[in-house]
Design a protein around this ligand. Sequence first.
Ligand SMILES: Cc1cc2nc3c(=O)[nH]c(=O)nc-3n(C[C@H](O)[C@H](O)[C@H](O)COP(=O)(O)OP(=O)(O)OC[C@H]3O[C@@H](n4cnc5c(N)ncnc54)[C@H](O)[C@@H]3O)c2cc1C
Length: 385
Amino acid sequence: MPTSRTDVIVVGLGTAGAATCMELARRGVSVTGFDALRPPHRRGSHHGESRSIRRAYLEGTAYVPMAMRAWRLWRRLERTSGQPLLVTTGNLTIGPPDSPAVSGFVASARTYGIDHREMTAAEVRRQWPQLAVPDGFSAGLERKAGILFPERAVTVMLSEAERAGAVLRFAEPALAWEERTGGVRVWTPSGRYEGGRLLLCAGSRTPQLLGEEGGALQPKRVVVHWIAPPEPSHYRLGALPVNFWQIPSPGSPGGSPYAEFYALPILQPGGRLKAAAHNRLKDFDPSAAAQEVAKEEKKKIRRFLGSFLPELNGGDIRSDLCTYTLTPDGDFALGAAAGRDNVFLAALAGHGFKFAPVLGEILADRLTGQEPSFDTAMFAPDRFR
Ligand SMILES: Cc1cc2nc3c(=O)[nH]c(=O)nc-3n(C[C@H](O)[C@H](O)[C@H](O)COP(=O)(O)OP(=O)(O)OC[C@H]3O[C@@H](n4cnc5c(N)ncnc54)[C@H](O)[C@@H]3O)c2cc1C
């Protein structure tokens, strides 16, 4: 049955949707959110027990003020909810000194005075013999960086949203929408809903929901590997920082000349180290039934481990599937959909979790006609037109 008109309708209650509903409801804006499932779940982009959070942002200095605000908001959310959401581990960015990752890290850290250490390969190997950093590489260590617990964080944001008055409808997918003068309509299996504005943040389903306007967004499959180390104490939280690698390696013509991988420490006794490739990913079809992990995908991570975390070579590996919703330039798509007044989108390009609460603020500003306090011009969805 249709509900009465709400100020904002949010489609997708994962990372971006939960954060935006929380922020809108706290501001007294009426918001109704829909999710096809009940987040947190394992069929989107927010599962897998850990997400790295750092502020010396190698993707560009423009993100740094947002990352700083996000850190403070996560800590505030921990206090309000009484739930631990973030643990400090340190974050190491590794690659040739002139690689975009290392040079971007250094630029961000220096520009914003972020506590960090620039390290040679030998210094890294001395401190963490688990990491076989080749001579000629260097690294940037951000000490006050860490890991978020994504499933718990989504649960907390959703319950905070409901507590502040958001109406959240789970297991109710949006099937279609239309923009009308002064508002939007959304259809679900239960009926038609009327709203002032619509936010589409359905992860890998956003391109499909957007139709032609979603053409620039590309869902990608991310295979996450869980490795059992021979000596777990070398890889547990506290013994190893989050480590991100940018490794020179010829790719497809026009593509990045670097292969990117990362590894996150073991979070609890009996747990496993997590590792994955971050680029050169295969397209993901959210409608396809079978989503098996291919042998080649396991071989790829074994090659990375064999070269750079060699003690893990040969360890038992379990693999799992997650998704990124990539944009052509790797930056977020955040704001009004091209040519639309009342329809907004959030596509987080595979690096958005750490920003969730600040994205909630930015999207809440946009959805209520306010100018965000961050410069978000570079995220405008119509830049791909
Ligand atoms: C393996 C992996 C590792 C990552 N590591 C990091 C990291 O270390 N740090 C970091 O900052 N980021 C990281 N990211 C990226 C980050 O997790 C994502 O950018 C973020 O979770 C995306 O959020 P989202 O809201 O777009 O999608 P989701 O959180 O997946 O939410 C989308 C929701 O939409 C719902 N939905 C789909 N279709 C419909 C429909 N028709 N109607 C209603 N609801 C619908 C889904 O059920 C889902 O709940 C990682 C991502 C992956 C996959």
